[in-house]
Design a protein around this ligand. Structure first.
Ligand SMILES: CSC[C@@H](O)[C@@H](O)C(=O)COP(=O)(O)O
Length: 352
């Protein structure tokens, strides 16, 4: 088996901290423009998360953490507790920027906990914590890449959905990390990516990232997935997650649920790859997850041009929940849970 040269995949970084400002690679204009937006305030960070300048569960958590640092730079306080009081509005605005991915609340929780126990050095403690959140995410992705690839037999084809790569994380990616590792190790022969309508994360971001790596990938229409499975070209669906509940139910980009149903019908396996920052053991099952609904305009237009007759009504939920019994493996940096259920999740993530 070949080894994985992780440094080869480190060139796309969606989030850069200069020490003064946050620079976000604007994912709305990729793949044709590579443009870093410079953000100076927490309000700008919240707007960037809401408007999908930055997206992907781990990446929005990391960005929110840096948003807290930007807010903190405007505050003068003697210790962390005093700063926390003044920073509460910033925490609230950042937390409300998107509802489904738990990584956002998780990262803000870490920043809040650091403040609560810091003395006069609270600002540098916050900065170090934001850096640690990003560094740990990259390390988790590399671990998961290897662990997930081990489940894949040599000669397999895989289908992925949305974008779970360097762009959605601190680097390397979750599901795309498994695909990178699986290709490097010689296990994966063919990679397919669904377009991921309506925002086209698969078409605009995933196949571009793979092309940058020199990994051949084939784009399919989302509607072609069941037919792809029927033709025997894929053995695994490999996806990321925005929130994994205590029983293994998983929220991910809209369309994941129907992929899992089609996969079960065709004997194709489903792997969910996500760091522990995506695991929400306080939410018992998927029915309690808030599903973000975005502007129906995303469905009524393409490249800013209206494609649907005036007066048409559209509904645009952007995540769905895959029940745990349709998932074959959940891969995290803390462990792999096969045929996940509450017992398997608790064995890795603990009891309440
Ligand atoms: C490593 S990213 C995992 C998920 O966040 C990803 O699959 C996804 O659904 C992203 O949705 P998005 O709306 O693009 O933020």
């Amino acid at each position: 088996m070949n080894t994985v040269d992780f440094d080869r995949y480190d060139h796309v970084r969606p989030i850069r901290w200069t020490g003064e400002v946050l620079e976000l690679l604007d994912q709305r204009v990729l793949p044709f423009e590579t443009f870093y937006r410079r953000l100076h305030t927490f309000d700008e960070v919240a707007a960037a998360i809401r408007d999908l300048v930055v997206r992907g569960a781990p990446a929005i958590g990391i960005s929110a953490a840096w948003g807290v640092v930007l807010a903190a730079k405007q505050v003068s306080a003697g210790d962390g507790q005093a700063a926390l009081k003044q920073l509460q509005p910033a925490f609230d605005v950042l937390n409300a920027s998107r509802p489904t991915a738990v990584n956002l609340a998780w990262a803000l929780g870490r920043m809040r906990a650091v403040l609560a126990k810091s003395g006069s050095d609270w600002l540098s403690a916050l900065e170090q914590e934001a850096l640690a959140i990003a560094t740990e995410d990259l390390a988790a992705n590399r671990l998961m890449g290897r662990a997930g690839a081990e489940l894949i037999d040599v000669g397999s084809g895989v289908l992925t959905h949305c974008n779970t790569g360097s762009l959605a994380t601190a680097g390397f990616g979750t599901a795309l990390g498994v695909i990178r590792a699986g290709v490097a190790e010689g296990r994966i022969d063919k990679v397919f990516a669904g377009e991921t309508r309506p925002w086209n994360q698969g078409a605009r971001l995933t196949v571009w990232e793979l092309q940058e790596d020199g990994i051949p990938a084939t784009l399919i229409a989302d509607a072609a997935a069941a037919h792809l499975m029927k033709t025997g070209q894929v053995q695994w669906v490999v996806v990321g997650a925005d929130r994994i509940c205590a029983n293994g139910d998983t929220a991910n980009k809209i369309g994941t649920y129907q992929l899992a149903i089609a996969a079960r019908h065709h004997g194709v396996k489903v792997m969910v790859v996500a760091p522990s920052s995506t695991v929400d053991m306080d939410t018992a099952s998927g029915e309690h997850i808030e599903i973000e609904e975005r502007d129906p305009g995303e469905l009524l237009t393409a490249l800013g041009k209206r494609t649907v007759a005036e007066g048409i009504v559209a509904w645009n939920p952007v995540f769905d929940v895959t029940p745990h019994d349709l998932i074959d493996a959940i891969v995290t940096e803390r462990g792999v849970i096969l045929s996940p259920d509450e017992t398997g999740m608790r064995a890795v993530f603990g009891t309440p």
